[in-house]
Design a protein around this ligand. Structure first.
Ligand code: ADP
Ligand code: MG
Length: 412
């Protein structure tokens, strides 16, 4: 099913093979030999359940067929890599990273891409101190756009974690693996993210969405197999740099409100309790809470709707989620609103069930649930209207739920 042709005429499998081939070629160009290890981890899109993960709520993501691939080998004399280090190139970055694979390493003051890699390695050193990775060299190549809300950062972290497992011939429980990656993002990339991105990248399953309970870490795979349905991702190609503190601020506001209302987290706040406690909150805190409480409810309902084949209901929930993120949580932006409004105009008759911004906000992508047979005309309309209104040509692709992280090649 994932072998369906995309709008550019290539299937997901063909595209993946091409990415793998090019990663290996880049490794050969850099190091003059074939890699022994090849691993991969996917990016993700969240169908619904935004800014609910750090509130112990539900999220409903899937892995997409955009991946980070890493090719690697043990260090050889001619690589000139210190014996306590690994040298890693990324096709997306000019400077290679030299990361420590032994001893105590503290996060650097400045977040460079190597911090994502170093953070994961430090997590593994702490979690499995008896298992040491010998020095290695690696090449990273990725089809997950950076900073577009499809979680290139989690894909990178989980791919590095998978590489460490391949190199050390160990396999961590996937929950612990995801938590190590999350901690790397917190401590080394200084981004206090929830657990969704690393979970789905590590544990995504082909043709399934994942309803994830961020409190208990329980996961429920919900089949998404109908050929008639597709997920359309549209990259607005804007990333508004606000103060940079919006995410931690939203998070802190939620924690403060939970405290004021006497619940352990907003997961445990009902809509009635919120109304009853409204006077204790500022107007802004109240609206932030209203988004989270409503969004957790919508996410649970969305999983139910998809299981019942109620796609119009699912679509309505997606639009409601977008409106709430725009008005109450205030993390949307003009371009994302325009993309969602274009989908509303196309409507179910034109093949769109629902659409919303996805990811943290202020730019990045929208996710839409569409009828597969109308995807060409839908994409043509979005391209034309978004261009007209913003002067920007959006990047678009259709995807189906893809497989999570895995080892593609390793030592015999
Ligand atoms: P998102 O996760 O939504 O794509 P983030 O800002 O969280 O956006 O993560 C993007 C950062 O992750 C990049 O700036 C870079 O530091 C790192 N990163 C992601 N993919 C790669 C890659 N292929 N090579 C090097 N660094 C990467
Ligand atoms: Mg990220």
């Amino acid at each position: 099913m994932s072998n369906k042709k995309d709008s550019d005429g290539t299937s997901a499998d063909t595209r993946f093979e091409e990415l793998e081939r090019r990663t290996i070629e880049k490794f050969k160009n850099a190091f003059g030999r074939d890699p022994i290890f090849v691993v991969t981890a996917p990016g993700r899109v969240n169908l619904i359940g935004e800014h609910t993960d750090y509130n112990d709520g539900f999220v409903f993501p899937m892995a997409i067929d955009r991946n980070v691939i890493i090719a690697a080998d043990w260090v050889r004399h001619e690589d000139h890599v210190p014996s306590d280090s690994a040298r890693i190139y990324s096709s997306a970055k000019r400077q290679p990273a030299l990361v420590k694979i032994q001893g105590d390493v503290l996060p650097a003051p400045k977040v460079d891409w190597s911090e994502y890699v170093q953070g994961v390695i430090v997590g593994y050193l702490k979690e499995t101190p008896s298992v040491q990775a010998p020095p290695f060299v690696a090449m990273i190549h990725s089809s997950v756009p950076l900073g577009a809300a499809l979680s290139s950062s989690a894909a990178l972290e989980v791919a590095v974690a998978t590489l460490i497992e391949a190199l050390t011939k160990t396999s961590l429980d996937p929950v612990r693996k995801a938590l190590i990656c999350q901690k790397a993002e917190h401590d080394f990339a200084k981004m206090p993210c929830g657990i969704m991105d690393q979970f789905i990248s590590a544990m995504g399953k082909k043709d399934c969405l994942m309803l994830l309970d961020c409190k208990s870490y329980e996961t429920k795979l919900i089949p998404f197999t109908s050929d008639d349905l597709s997920i359309l991702i549209v990259n607005s190609r804007v990333k508004h740099q606000l103060s940079g503190s919006e995410y931690p601020e939203r998070r802190a506001s939620c924690f403060d409100s939970a405290n004021i209302l006497g619940v352990p987290s907003l997961r445990f706040l009902s809509a009635e309790q919120l109304e009853a406690g409204k006077e204790k909150l500022t107007e802004t805190q109240y609206r932030r809470c209203r988004h989270v409480v409503g969004e957790i409810q919508r996410t649970v309902e969305a999983a139910e709707a998809i299981q019942n084949g109620e796609f119009e209901r699912l679509g309505r929930l997606m639009y409601e989620s977008h409106d709430s993120l725009r008005d109450d949580y205030e993390v949307s932006c003009v371009e994302l609103d325009i993309l969602v409004d274009i989908c509303r105009e196309i409507g179910v008759a034109g093949g769109v069930y629902g659409s919303r911004m996805t990811g943290g906000g202020f730019g990045g992508c929208t996710v839409s649930l569409i009828q597969s047979d109308k995807k060409d005309s839908i994409m043509e309309t979005i391209e034309r209207k978004y261009q007209e209104k913003t002067g920007i040509s959006p990047e678009m692709f259709v995807t189906r739920p893809a497989e999570g992280a895995r080892i593609l090649q390793q030592e015999e």
